[in-house]
Design a protein around this ligand. Structure first.
Ligand SMILES: [Cu+2]
Length: 197
């Protein structure tokens, strides 16, 4: 993660480079399509290019449904990402909070710890798991949450897990490498199966 930190410092430069490579980036989803079976309703895409680095997530997902996270960005250009479930209040909201995010007692460093690293060593837990199996636990600086690290070598990496969070709750998530990346998904009741329909 030390490497991540140094990349983090130069992220504005890498974004500028990435912006010039939109044409190349557009090829990535096509190349990755063999690895994914779920559609946009069940997928959080990590994207670059026009609009900057961002998550593109469905607004809602049914409790119990599979949720995939798919990294379409090139780690050699923008660094890796994490998809980390955190409490709403843990998402850094100010430029200063984002700058200090990867320091002790802040959420980005806490997320690194969930993955078994203090920022200097390799990731030893991936995904980082908390609570029930699947996506359900929103972490904070004092509580471990569910999180996935995309890896730093290949684009097109993905993870698929069921949403174990209860209907009526909201999943908030952020990236520990780029703390300006964040989003949320409302968890809704599963669609009832209508007999004979
Ligand atoms: Cu990121």
């Amino acid at each position: 993660m030390k490497q991540r930190l140094s990349r983090f410092g130069s992220i504005k430069g890498t974004i500028a480079i990435a912006t010039g490579l939109i044409a190349c980036m557009a090829l990535v989803p096509a190349l990755a399509s063999g690895a994914t079976e779920l559609g946009p309703a069940n997928t959080v895409y990590i994207k670059a290019g026009k609009g900057g680095l961002r998550f593109e997530a469905p607004k809602t997902i049914a409790s119990g449904a599979e949720l995939e996270v798919l990294n379409t960005t090139n780690p050699h250009q923008v660094g890796p990402h994490t998809f980390s479930l955190v409490t709403k209040g843990s998402i850094p909201k100010t430029p200063k909070a984002r700058q200090t995010c990867f320091t002790p007692k802040h959420i980005c460093m806490a997320i690194a710890h969930w993955h078994g690293t203090n920022g200097n060593g390799p990731i030893t837990q991936n995904p980082a798991k908390a609570g029930l199996d699947g996506w359900d636990t929103l972490g904070s600086i004092t509580k471990k949450g569910d999180s996935w690290f995309t890896g730093e070598k290949k684009s097109g990496t993905s993870i698929e897990q069921p949403v174990s969070a209860a209907a009526g709750t909201t999943i908030y998530f952020m990236c520990a490498i780029h703390p300006f990346m964040h989003g949320s998904i409302e968890v809704v009741p599963p669609t009832p199966v209508v007999p004979g329909a």
